[in-house]
Design a protein around this ligand. Structure first.
Ligand code: GLU
Length: 331
């Protein structure tokens, strides 16, 4: 299907802006943020609802304090985020006010995604902001998010935000203009309908055009979104009017689109969580939960890996270790 056709019903868009798209020599660039403010205020005028996920807090903090980001201990990075987040937000506020738009800061952690009530509370707040015509500007709450409770990168965070606000499209803007199958290809792949093992290994290997780590998290984010039947575009944040071009359905960047799925909001939420453990089940139980849509009973469990308690999310695999379900522990 043509992009223009696929994008016809898009109303709510999450735009993730990577550090590289809003910095110059490790300093926050007001000119670059203003460029996004111009584009975003213009697409809002044409009827889209926009939620921003921004990186750059740690870099901004490092710039202000004249420090390098490398070789820092975690508390030091968190301290830089504390300094930088305020600077970052201030730039967003000033730049958007030039176009008559208000912004509101929302800082999230893994905990806010994991606990269903916190997730729903965050959803209500974000919807309220959107209804008040305020653009939410989201980042991870880096100052408190230590390893165990960290989402860790803003590609993954933006996939969670996509599910949180029930968006129609996620646009990841960075210095990468899409997903490349091969280093020598002149253009990125334009459409990906399924994340194959090949794509996964190319994202992690040296086959992509611009670095590696960055593509792994982007492909993971795409996978999370496709599981929800959603769509994501990776595009170059430095390209002229990139957001307008993407939304018009022009052939820029790489589009990832999942098959539409009809599951309720709670199941979608479960599908986005990371399992705290793995439960291996026998064939009878596989049948019961996948075909007959029953709950899993203890009798069908042959093996348990990991530590988890009631209300944790776990992955369920068959005797050959193939994932068959994900669920919440009841007892
Ligand atoms: N939250 C981090 C920051 O604002 C960015 C994480 C990322 O870029 O993935 O500096």
């Amino acid at each position: 299907m043509e992009r223009t056709e696929l994008f016809k019903k898009i109303k709510r868009v999450v735009v993730k802006i990577g550090t590289s798209s809003i910095t110059d020599d490790d300093r926050i660039s007001a000119a670059k943020i203003e460029g996004f403010a111009r584009q975003i205020s213009s697409i809002r005028k044409s009827g889209y609802e926009v939620v921003i996920v921004t990186s750059g807090a740690i870099s901004a903090g490092a710039g202000i304090l004249g420090m390098k980001r490398t070789n820092l201990a975690i508390p030091e990075k968190q301290a830089l985020a504390a300094v930088g987040q305020a600077v970052l937000m201030n730039e967003y506020k000033s730049c958007f006010s030039l176009y008559g738009c208000s912004v509101g800061q929302v800082l999230l952690t893994e905990d806010d995604m994991r606990h269903r009530t916190r997730f729903l509370n965050a959803r209500n707040t974000l919807n309220a902001l959107i209804n008040m015509d305020v653009i939410p500007v989201i980042n991870e709450n880096d100052t408190v998010a230590v390893n165990e409770i960290k989402i860790g990168d803003n590609d993954t965070l933006s996939a969670h935000v996509y599910s949180l606000v029930e968006a129609d499209l996620l646009v990841l803007l960075s210095d990468i203009d899409g997903f490349y199958n091969d280093l020598n290809d002149p253009e990125p792949v334009r459409f990906i309908g399924k994340i194959s093992d090949d794509i996964r290994s190319r994202a992690g290997g040296s086959g992509t055009k611009h670095g590696t780590g960055g593509m792994v998290t982007k492909v993971n984010a795409a996978e999370m979104i496709m599981r929800l039947g959603g769509m994501m575009v990776i595009a170059d944040g430095g390209e002229e009017s990139v957001l307008e071009r993407v939304l018009r359905g022009e052939m820029t960047g790489t589009l990832f689109a999942g098959q539409s799925v009809k599951v309720n909001s709670r199941k979608k939420w479960i599908s986005m969580r990371k399992g705290k453990g793995i439960v291996v089940i026998d064939d009878g139980a596989v049948n019961a939960i996948t075909k007959n849509k029953k709950s899993l009973l203890a009798a069908g469990i042959t093996h348990v890996n990991g530590r988890f308690v009631m209300v944790d999310i776990i992955d369920v695999v068959n005797s050959s270790d193939v994932p068959v379900a994900r669920g919440i522990v009841n007892y």
